[in-house]
Design a binder for this molecule. Structure first.
Ligand code: DO4
Ligand code: MG
Length: 295
């Protein structure tokens, strides 16, 4: 059993593995290589260390000159959509495009082929304690709390993490072809605080996901779901992701949301988003609203 986390110290990344919830190893190699080595033979290269207060880093984000950050740099991040019935219903409540009398979300939910979209590159992702963003041209952006998988180039699951597929819902609702702008921008994706290996997740279809949006110190929105409600299974999502589409080792696929706050629950500058998934932890990120650049 292994959890990976990473810190920044004076501009340098340092990665750590927690083995069996106790021993901390400072890794000698990139966390993606560590995940692959662990999947192969459970070997972890590095030195045992003491004095790293992981729980305190989770709580305070920073201790002296050490700050927790995203646990790895995924070369690509992909998303799967409308994988829960709740998502089909909640997305369809908006005044969205219809095909042959069904909303595009109902059509995707019923289709053989799942929705798979490109989500992010590492520079667009943030980690625990780092800010996600509302685009300068969006008035309605929502967090999407999701279980995500880290994959090798064959689609094998190397690890699980918590991902926030932050989405500018007004752009997507205005026109489905604006989906890439709704999904991909600076600060559109948060994940962490750790990546856990598959032996920490006995059943990925029995995990509680909880979302809390905090505003002015109070709970502004709260919702939860269990992954047993996931209709489009992770294996099927992976199969479509890698079909005729080579992915690099360390690619992340986020598996869709079932918690969809309404029009009146859009994120604002200063909000705090907390996402918890059982057996993984809690990912906490502040929200910033980007300002329009003056020409
Ligand atoms: O196109 C809609 C995006 C759906 C999505 O991201 C989700 O279901 O989580
Ligand atoms: Mg999503």
């Amino acid at each position: 059993m292994m959890k990976l986390f990473r810190v920044v110290k004076r501009g340098y990344y340092i990665s750590y593995a927690i083995l069996d919830n106790s021993t901390i190893i400072r890794l000698d190699e990139d966390p993606i290589k560590t995940l692959m080595r662990y999947a192969e033979n459970k070997e972890v290269l590095g030195d045992r260390v003491t004095g790293i207060d992981y729980q305190s880093l989770l709580k305070n984000f920073q201790i002296n000159d050490i700050r927790i950050t995203k646990p790895m740099d995924p070369p690509e991040v992909w998303g799967s959509g409308i994988s829960y019935e709740m998502a089909r219903e909640r997305y369809s409540e908006e005044n969205v495009a219809k095909i042959l009398g069904k909303t595009i979300y109902e059509t995707v939910y019923d289709a053989v082929r799942p929705e798979i979209f490109f989500k992010a590159t590492p520079n667009r992702c943030v980690g625990h304690g780092e800010a996600i963003a509302v685009r300068s041209d969006s008035e309605w952006t929502l967090p999407e709390p999701e279980l995500a998988v880290v994959l090798d180039s064959n689609g094998k699951i190397l690890g699980y993490t918590i991902m926030d597929d932050v989405s500018a819902r007004d752009l997507e609702t205005e026109n489905p072809l604006y989906l890439p702008q709704s999904k991909i921008y600076a600060g559109c994706c948060a994940f962490g605080p750790v990546i856990v290996t598959p032996d920490e997740i006995k059943n990925p279809y029995g995990l509680d996901i909880t979302l809390r949006i905090m505003r002015d110190g109070k709970v502004f929105f709260e919702g939860s779901v269990n992954t047993n409600k996931m209709r489009r299974k992770i294996e099927e999502q992976i199969e479509y992701l890698i079909r005729d589409n080579p992915i690099p080792d360390g690619t992340i696929l986020t598996t869709g949301t079932a918690i969809v706050p309404g029009r009146d629950k859009g994120l604002k500058d200063g909000d705090i988003v907390e996402i918890s998934i059982s057996n993984i932890g809690t990912l906490i990120t502040p929200v910033i609203k980007r300002r329009k650049k003056l020409l």
